[in-house]
Ligand binder design. Structure first.
Ligand code: FAD
Length: 310
């Protein structure tokens, strides 16, 4: 019997499809729902002792799991405690952005309204420096409590995260965000509520409905041809709008939304991803980088395209 088997509340063979917005994913060998964020280190240590990979799952809006499932531990982050400390909001990493915005507006704080409708947890948002309408997570980030295998739990500030467009250091180190301190401003909450309504309407017109993980590629930058162009536009110009491979396809409404018609497999997703990357590279000499995390049976699938073309 392994260390994970001895943990009360651990579940076996839990289907992952319903836990992500892409709605694909076979069973996780081990699965645990965390309500107290400080349980995370103990779970990771148990997985390590058993020699198994682990992944912390937030709202599942930026990750695609293999249809073959995951041969390790998925920790589902449902830790959502939230409190106010003057102008700071202190929250567990599993709290949804929409819950934080509502909490702020109820407590006289403003500054996060532009993120309404952006799916996901604050932990996921810190990892990818998620943002919308010009507001990025880094703009409201004060500090975080993080966990690193072998190093334990510690507090880190803004500089440590090395934020960039849809990027933080956590993406490379795979450290875990446990708690986050956000700095907001006392303000006109009636105006905040009005802005939230307007943002919701604006987002509804832009994004396709259906099974997706949001924008699939990062928008390229710093390239003479791709500069100013979005990944969606580049994909469109290579003729990918509406293109299907098996159950995976590119939305007709948004050229950077890779969707699942309900029958997609990881092979379909990878084939479509690679075809787009190759075509865009050949036509524009732009290397599209994935924004969405892909998880195979034994862990993250790294970006094979860049390695092949370097
Ligand atoms: C319809 C739609 C619209 C979207 N619009 C936007 C948008 O406007 N702007 C934008 O930036 N993004 C957008 N996204 C992408 C997504 O919402 C963000 O990337 C979000 O921050 C992901 O958070 P999550 O909790 O869902 O992360 P998950 O999908 O659960 O996880 C994604 C990755 O982050 C890791 N992770 C999750 N929590 C933690 C943690 N606490 N510590 C360390 N690592 C963690 C996971 O292990 C995984 O590798 C959109 C997605 C969809 C489906």
């Amino acid at each position: 019997m392994g260390h994970l088997d001895q943990i009360e509340g651990i579940q076996r063979n839990v289907a992952l499809a319903k836990l992500t917005t892409f709605q694909m994913g076979g069973p996780a060998d081990y699965f645990y729902e965390v309500k107290d964020v400080m349980e995370v280190p103990m779970l990771i240590e148990a997985a390590q002792k058993d020699g198994l990979p682990f992944i912390l799952l937030g709202w599942g809006s930026n990750v695609i799991f293999s249809d073959n499932g995951f041969r390790g531990l998925i920790i589902h982050n449902l830790a959502r405690k939230i409190e106010k400390d003057d102008d700071l909001v202190v929250t567990d990493s599993g709290t949804l952005l929409s819950q934080i915005i509502q909490f702020c507006l109820k407590n006289g704080l403003t500054g996060m309204e532009k993120m309404m409708g952006l799916p996901g947890t604050i932990g996921g948002a810190v990892r990818g420096n998620a943002g919308a309408f010009g507001l990025e997570t880094k703009h409201i980030f004060e500090k975080a409590l993080i966990y690193k295998e072998g190093e334990g739990v510690r507090e880190v500030g803004y500089d440590y995260l090395d934020f960039d467009y849809r990027h933080s250091k956590i993406k490379e180190t795979h450290e875990i965000v446990l708690k986050v301190w956000l700095k907001l401003k006392p303000g006109d909450t009636a105006a905040g509520v009005a802005e939230v309504r307007q943002i919701i309407t604006s987002r509804a017109g832009k994004h396709p409905s259906g099974k997706s993980a949001g924008s699939f590629f990062k928008n390229p930058s710093g390239n003479s041809v791709g500069q100013g162009l979005s990944a969606g536009l580049l994909n469109d110009q290579c003729g990918f709008k509406g293109k299907h491979i098996g159950g995976a396809f590119i939305s007709e409404k948004h050229g950077n939304f890779l969707m699942n018609d309900g029958t997609a497999t990881m092979e379909n997703v990878l084939d479509l991803c690679l075809q787009i990357q190759k075509a865009v590279f050949e036509k524009f000499q732009v290397k599209l980088e994935r924004e969405v995390a892909l998880v195979g049976e034994h862990g993250y699938i790294e970006d094979t395209f860049s390695k092949k073309n370097d």
